[in-house]
Design a protein around this ligand. Structure first.
Ligand code: AMP
Length: 212
């Protein structure tokens, strides 16, 4: 099962990807997570990527395309993968198609998780992440038992630099301009399923499961 999860920042793609990983035993490939790891490790790629990420802009296509190509060739993707946050431009989608063709693979489905913009801003500004284990929280919708501390590993919770309100507005603009053309792109290929991304995590997962 080769899947793409498409949706604006804050639409819950990452959360749903983790449920799909458990259900189908295939890996989640989050370009955002890979880039944040590079930033954390201080690699040359990470330093370059950070400049774009902090402004809410997209990292250049050739950087992410190369990263994904390398990742989908790994053994754990043999039976499938879930792409979360990639592709984000038509050029990336074209490159992905070429990569999969060369590997004699094809996409099974593209799931679009639909959430309205006011809700996205609410979700993103309240989002907190554990710096140790990566667990996600929300100050209102899913608070930890003790403020600022991870329930699972007692790690410190932080707000991603790009989850500040001014950057969020820019990320949503970038999504509307550069990523939404992919909706039509995959519709034309008859691969797209639209799922309502409002409601509880379980409700949304139920809709995705039904679409698959
Ligand atoms: P995310 O965690 O998916 O919201 O990604 C965080 C940031 O990483 C984005 O705002 C971009 O700067 C960068 N990024 C992640 N995925 C991509 C991609 N497919 N293309 C370009 N930039 C990306």
């Amino acid at each position: 099962m080769n899947l793409i999860l498409l949706g604006a920042p804050g639409s819950g793609k990452g959360t749903q990807a983790k449920f799909l990983v458990r259900k189908y035993s295939i890996p989640q490939i989050s370009t955002g997570d890979i880039l944040r790891e590079e930033v954390k490790s201080g690699t040359v790629l990470g330093l370059k990527a950070k400049e774009y990420m902090d402004k809410g802009q997209l990292v250049p296509d050739e950087v992410v395309v190369g990263m994904v190509e390398e990742r989908v060739k790994k053994g754990d993707c043999r039976t499938g993968f879930i792409l979360d946050g990639f592709p984000r431009t038509v050029a990336q989608a074209d490159a992905l198609e070429g990569t999969l063709q060369r590997m004699k693979k094809a996409l099974s489905r593209v799931i679009l998780v639909n959430v309205d913009e006011d809700e996205l801003v609410k979700r993103l500004t309240g989002r907190r992440v554990c710096e140790k284990c990566g667990a996600g929280y929300h100050v209102i919708f899913d608070p930890p038992k003790q403020e600022g501390v991870c329930d699972k590993c007692q790690g410190k919770l932080y707000q991603r630099d790009d989850d500040k309100e001014s950057t969020i507005r820019n990320r949503l603009k970038v999504y509307n301009n550069q990523t939404t053309p992919l909706i039509e792109y995959y519709q034309k290929k008859q691969l797209l399923s639209m799922v309502d991304g409002m409601g509880s995590i379980e409700e949304i997962f139920g809709r995705i499961s039904k679409a698959l």
